[in-house]
Design a binder for this molecule. Structure first.
Ligand code: ADP
Ligand code: MG
Length: 434
């Protein structure tokens, strides 16, 4: 019997606040929310619905879950992709309007991330939600990162608005420290500081970073944090990163542009590869830029073979300054950088969506969480592991019985390495001989 590794739970789920008091900060929001909820329980709600809004990963959904648990309420949840279907809202509305039976548990209706509703196609959804608010016999909680789109105005007017604040670095560090202690992980204070700083108050991404490093490498040091965040910086969208790259005046700016894009370095290569000829007009510039990019590619190959990740810095030197200073003279030029065709196709293929959906379906019950949470919180984290640490990825894949296709989807170019660690080829060949 092969050794079956213990299943690991993503820490953002494991360390989700269980009680309202465990939600860090947000004191004012907590008071407002609890008062509102109590007004409901007493049968005299001030407003029938609330909208919790604020930056990502600051505790909105956590507060709702903790409060529900404390007050013994069941959460009936719906997410933005369901809002599109009026039918689904009506289904919830029917449940919500039904009289509470004497013994039934109380409910909270949670419409998470309502700012996902946008565009003309979703207009009906807003009306359906307003109708839901009118008829519901249960408290309705909505959340949003940005509630200010004109479309959401009727909602804003119908609800109690409760703002959440961006968490401070110190609050993020407090949570990270607690987790390190609970997990008995050795970690440098400066490393936690660095994770907190880079998370920009987003505790979800901070905890994911912490776990990716701790489980991948067994300890958390500043150097590991720097290395990882080269892939996972939340600073710039790719098109912004490209604009910064091509218009960099100094070496450090060009390097920052590629290391601070919110995509991994290989995706960044694809973007740069696509746009060298769309940006540079002079053939000599084009050829110099491609030359630099191919050197970056050579280094990536070496790193993958040797596992010497400290060489990554050279990759960025070639991708960043190498490409930017291929130009003959400096002149700021704005350009709209569109997503490379190849990436668009990859992301859009039906099969790709199906695999992602399949992973969510496989993991959700085992992590005791929703598919949506798996897609939003767990899959990005798995991606980091699968593209960086094949050995550890293999353990995860075995523990969760991921299929070969799922592994390939998660690991991309490194799928072979992960599969090798899983012993997949070995098993296949043995079966053939039987
Ligand atoms: N204020 C907070 N206190 C404690 N944990 C938090 C807080 N904010 C976020 N977290 C952690 O980050 C993760 C994501 O938080 P969540 O409440 O889902 O964020 P959002 O504001 O985007 O709804 C949770 O699993 C939780 O562990
Ligand atoms: Mg949320």
């Amino acid at each position: 019997m092969a050794h079956r590794p213990r299943r690991r739970i993503p820490w953002i789920i494991k360390y989700r606040p269980k009680r309202i008091a465990e939600v860090i900060g947000q004191e004012k929001a907590k008071t407002q929310f609890v008062e509102w909820l109590q007004s409901w329980l007493k049968g005299r709600p001030s407003k029938k619905a609330v909208l919790l809004y604020g930056p990502a990963g600051c505790g909105k959904t956590s507060l709702v879950e903790a409060a529900a648990r404390e007050y013994g309420l069941e959460i009936v949840e719906m997410n933005a992709s369901d809002f599109r279907r009026k039918k689904d809202i009506e289904r919830i509305a029917t449940t919500a309007a039904r009289m509470r039976s004497l013994f039934a548990r109380g409910k909270i209706i949670l419409l998470d991330e309502v700012d996902g509703i946008s565009g003309v196609a979703d207009k009906g959804a807003i009306d359906a939600i307003l109708h839901l608010i009118e008829t519901s016999r249960y408290p309705i909680v909505m959340t949003a990162n940005n509630p200010w789109s004109p479309m959401l105005r009727p909602l804003r007017e119908a609800v109690l608005m409760i703002p959440f604040r961006r968490l401070t670095d110190r609050q993020v560090i407090t949570v990270l420290k607690r987790i390190c202690q609970a997990e008995r992980i050795e970690c440098e204070d400066d490393a936690l500081k660095e994770i907190a700083k880079r998370s920009e108050g987003d505790l979800r991404s901070a905890i994911n970073d912490l776990q990716a490093i701790a489980e991948g490498y067994g300890r958390v040091t500043v150097n590991l944090v720097r290395m990882l965040s080269a892939y996972r910086n939340r600073e710039y969208a790719p098109f912004e990163a490209l604009l910064k790259l091509f218009n960099a005046k100094y070496l450090f700016q060009a390097k920052a542009a590629v290391t601070q894009a919110n995509i991994d370095y290989e995706t960044m290569m694809i973007w740069i590869n696509e746009h060298i000829p769309t940006y540079y007009e002079d053939p000599e510039e084009v050829s110099r830029a491609y030359d630099a990019l191919s050197r970056a590619d050579v280094y990536i190959g070496r790193i993958k073979r040797s596992g010497a990740w400290d060489l990554l810095s050279y990759v960025f030197d070639f991708m960043g300054p190498g490409v930017a200073f291929a130009r003959k003279k400096y002149k700021y030029r704005w350009k709209k950088f569109t997503s490379p065709q190849r990436l668009q196709e990859l992301a859009k293929t039906k099969r790709s969506r199906e695999v992602r959906e399949g992973i969510a379906r496989a993991l959700a019950p085992r992590l005791a969480t929703s598919r949506r949470t798996v897609k939003r919180d767990v899959i990005p984290y798995l991606r980091v592991i699968f593209t960086n640490n094949p050995k550890y990825a293999a353990r995860i894949a075995l523990a969760y019985d991921l299929t070969e296709e799922m592994v390939k989807w998660l690991a991309g170019d490194r799928a072979d390495e992960v599969l090798a660690y899983m012993g997949v080829r070995h098993r296949v060949s043995r079966r053939r001989h039987r």
